[in-house]
Design a protein around this ligand. Structure first.
Ligand code: ADP
Ligand code: MG
Length: 365
């Protein structure tokens, strides 16, 4: 499995003003620079496979990062796409996007591209190869799996169970819906997204605290032979430290499970990018269901960044997390004392409650 980690900086929103911007364009398409929160004259630099600045259009992200993989998908490779970042940094915008044609996110664009290719294959083979598209859509909240095709009132509190089936992890009873056209897909996707927001209200939890996982299975049949590959798109739970704003018991449980799964995800991405033999994918439900790193395939992590001061600490924490996965960092300054001096800063950066936090070395690898 190969992995790319790319950053996307969102534009300033209406209420945000230029003087509060902390991430400025660098002129380098692979570097993000951000000030040290404790010493504004110092800058941290992070390098990624690619960095997309504030003006980047939905079309560009799709064309550069996702479209090139559609061919591989049809060759039988799995493609897994993550949006990682603080709540409000643009994950849902990147994945789902808006309703207008220009605003559409990578998911509807990907599906559009899949259908186009499917029709082409069917035409080129004069119908000998048939392509079916089947979708499932679920969320993982507090480490429990909920089917987004199921109305929230029908959910069982324990969620769906998962089990191993011939080395593959399956979610028991998960709805799979065939969708033969883009229109059909969009209809089902919208329907499931409504369930997502109503369930969030019901659970008294914002949807930013669950991972939304869309799986699109592509089944190509030629004669008696079948080839199946899966495109997965995951709108991850917000990576911020929820405890900072509200520290009741429910939030603590949520925070712990969000941080655990994001932590395992980062470990998996790191292991994949370093081509390690052992990928710890079994250690969280999300990575286990996705069998992350177990198949030949392509993973792309889009790190969404809000370039404003009010997100400073959480953004830095996100950058460190993604950077750990990427394993490339340009260290401009010696910054270890930053943490020795004030341990509590670590908590503010939102990682102190992650499991085995000591193994996350901030700023330094
Ligand atoms: P998240 O899902 O990470 O919480 P959202 O995708 O909901 O964040 O984005 C937060 C706000 O910023 C939304 O109002 C969204 O429309 C806006 N936004 C995010 N990214 C962009 C972008 N690239 N261009 C324009 N608006 C954006
Ligand atoms: Mg969102």
């Amino acid at each position: 499995m190969s992995v790319r980690v790319v950053a996307r900086i969102r534009p300033l929103l209406h209420a945000e003003i230029e003087k509060d911007a902390i991430i400025e364009p660098t002129g380098d398409s692979a570097v993000v620079k951000i000030p040290n929160p404790r010493c504004q004259s110092e800058t941290f630099s992070f390098q990624f496979n690619s960095v997309y600045d504030r003006e980047t259009t939905q079309a560009k992200i799709f064309e550069e990062e996702i479209a090139p993989n559609v061919k591989s998908l049809f060759k039988g490779y799995d493609v897994t796409l993550f949006a990682y970042g603080v709540t409000g940094s643009g994950k849902t915008h990147t994945m789902r996007g808006g309703k207008s044609l220009n605003d559409r996110g990578v998911i509807p664009r990907l599906l559009s591209s899949i259908y186009r290719r499917a029709r082409k294959i069917e035409k080129d083979t004069e119908g000998e190869t048939g392509v079916e598209v089947v979708m499932s859509y679920y969320e993982i909240y507090n480490d429990k799996v909920f089917d987004l095709f199921e109305p929230p009132e029908k959910r069982t509190p324990a969620g769906l169970s998962i089990r191993d089936n011939n080395g593959k992890t399956v979610v028991v009873g998960l709805t799979e819906r065939p969708c033969t056209t883009l229109k059909e897909f969009e209809h089902l996707y919208d329907e499931a997204n409504v369930n997502r927001s109503t369930s969030a209200t019901k659970l008294n939890a914002h949807s930013s605290r669950s991972h939304a996982i869309l799986c699109v299975k592509i089944i190509q049949t030629t004669g008696g032979e079948t080839r199946v590959s899966t495109a997965s798109a995951i709108d991850l739970a917000g990576s911020e430290d929820n405890r900072r704003t509200d520290n009741n018991k429910e939030r603590l449980v949520e925070s712990a499970s969000i941080n655990k799964s994001l932590f395992v995800l980062a470990q998996c991405v790191e292991a994949i990018s370093k081509k390690q033999a052992r990928i710890p994918y079994r250690e969280s439900k999300m990575t286990r269901i996705l069998s992350l790193g177990q198949n030949n395939g392509i993973a792309i992590m889009i790190l969404n960044l809000a370039p404003v001061r009010s997100y400073h600490l959480d953004t830095l924490s996100s950058l460190n997390f993604a950077n750990r996965a990427k394993k490339i960092e340009v260290n401009e300054i010696e910054n270890q004392p930053f943490f020795r001096e004030e341990q509590s800063t670590k908590a503010k950066l939102g990682v102190s409650h992650a499991p085995s936090v000591e193994s996350i070395s901030m700023f330094r690898q």
